[in-house]
Design a protein around this ligand. Structure first.
Ligand SMILES: C[S@@+](CC[C@H](N)C(=O)[O-])C[C@H]1O[C@@H](n2cnc3c(N)ncnc32)[C@H](O)[C@@H]1O
Length: 196
């Protein structure tokens, strides 16, 4: 039986999360297009989980590119490590870290933060940190579940984040919101650019 949603993901397993990521695969092309990802790019994936999206990003940036797969869960990234080893994918660098305090010099020109912010206690802190880590002009794409959606899949309405709230956090952190788009009745995405 399905356990009630927990922000820290303790209600589920990484196998189940990976399977759910696969069910959302149709959303990925729009995320990647909005980031204008091409071969050789370096991209941060914040809250990569067990890595379904990271593997697709790796295919997109190719062997000359780098995907920094960041997650606070070492177990999630160990799951991804096994998949990488089985498939011979070396352009994903895994980092166990809290995205709100993550530090480093990544030379990444974009970041993807999908289905993550509603799992965190301080989404605004993640956006402030991304502003610190990314160069001016870098693009970010945030994907979330719509509180106005039917809630037939995904987290319950009470934990979902309204697009206006996410836009406000982006702007307060120093990102200029370029676009907000509904991808399905349950999902929306926000595209923003790091302002100087
Ligand atoms: C539902 S999964 C989403 C995975 C993937 N981004 C996707 O679109 O399918 C949420 C992930 O965010 C991670 N996460 C939540 N808060 C985080 C934080 N502050 N720093 C790093 N990872 C975080 C969780 O550990 C979990 O693996």
């Amino acid at each position: 039986m399905e356990q009630p949603f927990q922000k820290d993901m303790s209600h589920t397993t990484w196998d189940k999360v990976y399977a759910r990521q696969g069910l959302r695969a149709d959303l990925m092309p729009e995320w990647f297009e909005a980031l204008a990802l091409k071969a050789g790019d370096r991209v941060l994936e914040v809250g990569a989980g067990p890595g379904y999206v990271s593997l697709a990003l790796a295919e997109r940036v190719g062997p000359q590119g780098v995907v920094y797969a960041i997650d606070r869960s070492a177990d999630a990234l160990a799951y991804l490590e096994k998949l990488q080893a089985a498939r011979g994918i070396s352009q994903i660098q895994r980092l166990v870290a809290d995205a709100a305090t993550l530090d480093g010099n990544f030379a990444a020109t974009s970041a993807l933060i999908t289905m993550v912010l509603h799992h965190t206690d301080d989404p605004a802190a993640i956006l402030r940190n991304l502003h610190r880590l990314l160069p001016t002009g870098a693009r970010i794409v945030i994907g979330e579940f719509d509180p106005e959606g039917p809630c037939e899949i995904g987290p319950p309405r009470r934990v979902r984040l309204a697009p206006d709230k996410v836009r406000g956090w982006c702007e307060a952190a120093g990102f200029r919101v370029a676009e907000e788009r509904h991808q399905s009745p349950e999902h929306y995405m926000i595209v923003a650019e790091r302002a100087p």
